[in-house]
Design a protein around this ligand. Structure first.
Ligand code: GLA
Length: 400
């Protein structure tokens, strides 16, 4: 999704929406407010469409909405982050088809259409104003947060019987079919199932999950944004997905599996000679090793072994760089500078890659020095600044 603009001086999001709603739609009588979070993935990258495990958590950053129903079938959408796009209009009594004219509103409108396809036709139109606090193009799932938020608004306003899992699946379906991004389930699931101070250990093959407390006594979760624009993400992402599917198809000729996530490293090495193409081999090796790392990392966290957790984060980055090839110069420079920095237990790229952010675990008293040394190093090598955020793990969709 297009970058959202970060709010300056942290004004109250509700206030921002209220003002904007009155300005754009005449008055703000009777509007209701909702929020859904973005996410950061701690470990388990590019495993979600390979039937593996992921370990993301929801953030306090996300998307807010103010919504009010209408008496006709018109939907009017407005985003404080994309003021120049003005009001975008659609008619919910007809099937909606994605269109460049809908711009950013393809995300919420895809959700309306997916509800419709599932037999939940929206009974009336509505006016809605969105406001996102997820930093510019950061890969912290602004699209998943707006998808889950829209589904949550429809559920709350019209009383549709949809579970949190439905919200996640509807979001993913819409992103795949309406927005052409062949993503897995992780981002929408993390947004829909967010829980304060917990990460979500999700088996994407079964959608079984567990909320795991993230206790970082004496340490902080830090996100560093490369601030790199990443236009090629969707096509390169879809390529990786195809390569993984090709690896699975070839492995299925010699071993009975439904996904790469069913293989441990040893079984993989028994059968991997069937993967003659080095690229396909490395894609599969990442999917297998990353899944095993994720399982080990959650065990380590449960044992309060943050050192092992951090080491597995570093290994994850290296595998994403060498085997899966979804990092980039900016992400590598950031990660490498962090590995050299004092008080860092682990650092890795997070999300789809090709730009976006790293996530790391840094000792409380080392944070300031970390930002300074890593920031200077990045600026010197890349020529523009990285941005750092200490983040909090927040809850899922809610009324505000
Ligand atoms: C993007 C996708 C997710 C997942 C990650 C990589 O964020 O939306 O489904 O595949 O990339 O782990």
């Amino acid at each position: 999704m297009e970058p959202q603009t970060t709010c300056k001086n942290n004004p109250d999001p509700k206030e921002i929406i209220l003002n904007s709603f009155s300005k754009v739609f005449g008055d703000s009588n009777g509007i209701r407010f909702f929020f859904a979070p973005g996410r950061v993935n701690l470990i388990g990258e590019h495993t979600d469409y390979n039937g593996g495990h992921v370990f993301p958590c929801a953030l306090n950053l996300g998307t807010y909405a103010g919504i009010r129903t209408r008496t006709d079938s018109i939907i009017r959408l407005y985003s404080v982050n994309f003021e120049k796009d003005g009001i975008i209009e659609a008619d919910c009594s007809k099937d909606l088809v994605s269109s460049p004219n809908y711009k950013w509103a393809n995300y919420p409108l895809g959700i309306v259409q997916t509800f419709r396809l599932r037999g939940m036709t929206i009974p009336t139109g509505f006016d809605i104003v969105f406001y996102g606090t997820i930093p510019n193009g950061s890969g912290l799932s602004s699209s998943a947060s707006i998808e889950v938020l829209t589904g949550y608004c429809l559920k709350m306003i019209y009383g549709f019987d949809v579970s949190s899992q439905d919200l996640a699946l509807i979001g993913q379906y819409s992103e795949n079919h309406f927005n052409g991004m062949n993503c897995g389930i992780m981002d929408q699931f993390a947004s829909a199932f967010g829980k304060k101070d917990h990460a979500i250990f999700l088996d994407t093959a079964t959608l079984q999950y567990e909320h795991v407390p993230v206790k970082l006594d004496g340490y902080k979760l830090l996100i560093a944004n490369t601030n790199k624009k990443h236009e090629l993400t969707t096509s390169a992402y879809n390529d990786r997905r195809r390569e993984s599917e090709e690896a699975l198809r070839l492995l299925q000729t010699v071993v009975d599996i439904k996904s790469l996530g069913e293989l441990d490293e040893e079984t993989f090495s028994n059968y991997s000679s069937v993967l003659k193409d080095d690229v396909i081999f490395r894609r599969a090796r990442h999917a297998v090793s990353e899944n095993q790392r994720t399982i080990k990392a959650v065990k380590a966290l449960n044992n309060n072994d943050l050192v092992t957790f951090g080491r597995l984060m570093n290994e994850s980055h290296i595998s994403l760089d060498r085997d899966y090839e979804v990092t980039c110069e900016e992400l590598n420079i950031l990660a490498e500078a962090q590995w050299r920095s004092e008080g860092v237990l682990g650092a890795r790229m997070t999300g789809g890659g090709f730009g976006g952010c790293t996530v790391s675990i840094v000792k409380d008293e080392a944070v300031e020095n970390f930002k300074k040394t890593v920031g200077e190093n990045y600026l010197k090598k890349i020529g523009y600044e990285a941005t750092f955020y200490t983040v909090e793990i927040g809850g899922g969709p809610r009324v505000i």
